[in-house]
Ligand binder design. Structure first.
Ligand code: 6GU
Length: 229
């Protein structure tokens, strides 16, 4: 069982994610747990306000330290004696890649992650210091909030947990062996005049493996030459 507790201002964004396909089935099978905590529940104000203007001036609003801290304290009570890492989804963070996903998924049977989703101009820096929070980014662009990034994190880490998806599906996929995945084909063998490469119909395993490796190399060279360095 891998466990995530998500701190967010927008719980609703997770509804279809958690109710679809592999993620839904993993939850139903007791292999994955995702709990959502609304940071506003820890506002302390009647109007549930959780943000304020930035010290030093500037645009936008900053989420206050106290409601986030209280939400973390509550999240920690849900995690009990599991090993826990607190992660703030932020464009400032370490860039998520396959190796990191693998590390996050390793030994997951006694691990939990608290994922904090910011919005607006971010959260008060002091709460990050107070809880020794790691920052993770999903790419060099800026999202309106951390929710989509948290879903990316949960999805990409969960699918590497043993027993979540068919082991074979993980072997040849993009990034596992530093190459992008080769092209896939299914029936019919001719689509609008385009034939499936002959070798894939040959049943000759060695030739198929060689062909796929060549295609992986070509694709990687074309789309992601940085991976070959
Ligand atoms: Cl993790 N959060 C936000 N708000 N923007 C991002 C991001 C995360 N990763 C890339 N851009």
């Amino acid at each position: 069982m891998i466990k995530f507790v998500v701190l967010t201002l927008f719980n609703d964004m997770f509804t279809s994610f958690l109710n679809t396909s592999i993620i839904k089935r993993s939850i139903e099978a007791g292999k994955l747990s995702v709990e959502l905590i609304d940071i506003r529940d820890f506002s302390g104000f009647k109007n549930k306000k959780v943000d304020d203007t930035p010290y030093g001036g500037g645009n936008g609003m900053v989420i206050s330290a106290e409601p986030v801290a209280k939400a973390i304290d509550f999240a920690l009570t849900l995690i009990k004696d599991l090993e826990c890492e607190i992660i703030y989804m932020s464009p400032r963070g370490n860039l998520l890649n396959y190796n990191m996903c693998k590390e996050f998924s390793d030994g997951c049977s006694n691990k939990a992650y608290i994922l904090i989703c910011g919005h607006y101009e971010g959260i008060d820096e002091r709460v990050l210091e107070e809880y020794n929070i790691k920052e993770v980014s999903i790419g060099d662009y800026v999202l309106t909030g951390g929710e989509i990034a948290a879903m990316v994190f949960i999805d990409s880490v969960t699918r590497l947990v043993p027993g979540i998806i068919t082991e074979g599906s993980l072997i040849d996929e993009s990034h596992t062996n530093k190459l992008l995945e080769y092209p896939q084909y299914t029936k019919p063998s001719v689509f609008r005049g385009r034939k499936v490469p002959e070798v894939l119909l040959s049943g000759h395993d060695k030739n198929i493996t060689e062909y796929r490796h060549k295609k992986s190399l070509e694709l990687t060279l074309k789309n992601r030459p940085d991976l070959l360095k």
